[in-house]
Ligand binder design. Structure first.
Ligand SMILES: Nc1ccn([C@@H]2O[C@H](COP(=O)(O)OP(=O)(O)OP(=O)(O)O)[C@@H](O)[C@H]2O)c(=O)n1
Ligand SMILES: C[C@](O)(CO)[C@H](O)COP(=O)(O)O
Length: 227
C-alpha cells in the first residue's frame, strides 16, 4: 500500500433538525457543557492535529450563527434535505482534498485520538476506514408488523461511528456513481465494490440522537444528570 500525505479535509454534516432529540433548536446548535455540539465536534477535529481544513454543513438559516460560533478559517456551507445531500455539498466545497473525513456534529464527544487513528490508516494507504464497536445486544430483523424475520449472528455485527475516512477521489466517485440511499458514507463506497477497513471505535464517539443520549453526554461532562 502506498501512503497518501495530501491535504486532509474534514466535512461536518450539521444540517439535520434533530427531530428525535426534540430540542427547540437544530441539534448541532444545542448547548453541551458551555459549547454547541457543533463547536465541540469542530474543536475535536482541530485538536487532533491531523486535519488541515474543516467544512461544516448547516441549515440555510443558521449559516451566520455557525460562522459566529466557530473559529476563523472553518468553512460554512448550506446543507440539504438528507444527510447525503449535506455531505455532497461539503464535498463540493473541498476540491483540493486528498483525504476526506466525514464526521457527524452529533458525535460531539469524539476523542481527538480516534480522529488521528482514522487519518493514520488513510496515510498508510487504506482508502476507506470506519471506526466500529461490537454490539452487545442481540439484533433481530423484523417485518412491518414487528414480527421477527431473522437473527443475524452477533459476531458478524458492528455498530459504526464517525469520523469515516476516505481517499477523496474514491468518495467523490461513490457520491457521483452510486444510486440510492445509504445511511453512512462507507455504504456508498461498499456499493462500488471497494473494500472498507474497520478500526476499533470509542464509546465516547456515540451519536447524540435522543434526550437520553444528551443526558448521558452531560453526565459524562460532569454536569447535572438524572437524580
Ligand atoms: N439533512 C441532514 C440530516 C442530517 N445531517 C447531519 O448528519 C448527522 C447525523 O444525523 P442525525 O444524528 O440523524 O441528525 P438529525 O438528522 O438531525 O436527527 P433526526 O433524524 O432525529 O432529525 C448530524 O450531525 C446531522 O446534523 C445533515 O447534515 N443534513
Ligand atoms: C453515519 C452514521 O453516524 C454511522 O453510524 C449514521 O449512519 C448516521 O445515521 P443518521 O440516521 O443520519 O443519524
Amino acid at each position: 500500500m502506498s501512503g497518501n500525505e495530501g491535504p486532509v479535509v474534514a466535512l461536518v454534516p450539521a444540517a439535520g433538525r434533530g427531530v428525535r432529540l426534540g430540542e427547540p433548536v437544530p441539534k448541532a446548535f444545542v448547548e453541551l457543557g458551555g459549547r454547541s455540539m457543533l463547536r465541540r465536534a469542530v474543536d475535536g477535529l482541530l485538536g487532533s492535529g491531523v486535519v488541515d481544513t474543516v467544512v461544516v454543513i448547516v441549515p440555510d438559516a443558521l449559516v451566520e450563527a455557525a460562522r459566529a460560533d466557530l473559529p476563523d478559517g472553518v468553512l460554512v456551507v448550506v446543507g440539504g434535505e438528507e444527510r447525503a445531500d449535506s455531505v455532497r455539498a461539503g464535498l463540493a466545497a473541498a476540491p483540493d482534498a486528498a483525504l476526506v473525513l466525514v464526521h457527524d456534529a452529533a458525535r460531539a464527544l469524539t476523542p481527538p485520538s480516534l480522529i488521528a487513528r482514522v487519518v493514520a490508516e488513510l496515510q498508510a494507504g487504506r482508502t476507506a476506514v470506519v471506526p466500529v464497536l461490537p454490539v452487545s445486544d442481540t439484533i433481530k430483523t423484523v417485518d412491518v408488523l414487528g414480527t421477527v424475520t431473522g437473527t443475524p449472528p452477533r459476531s458478524e455485527l458492528r455498530a459504526v461511528q464517525t469520523p469515516q475516512g476516505f481517499d477523496a477521489d474514491l468518495l467523490r466517485r461513490a457520491y457521483r456513481d452510486v444510486n440510492g440511499d445509504a445511511t453512512d458514507d462507507a455504504g456508498l463506497v461498499e456499493r462500488l465494490g471497494e473494500q472498507v477497513r474497520t478500526i476499533v471505535g470509542e464509546p465516547e464517539a456515540f451519536k447524540i440522537t435522543t434526550p437520553w443520549d444528551l443526558a448521558l453526554a452531560r453526565v459524562l461532562l460532569g454536569q447535572a444528570g438524572p437524580e
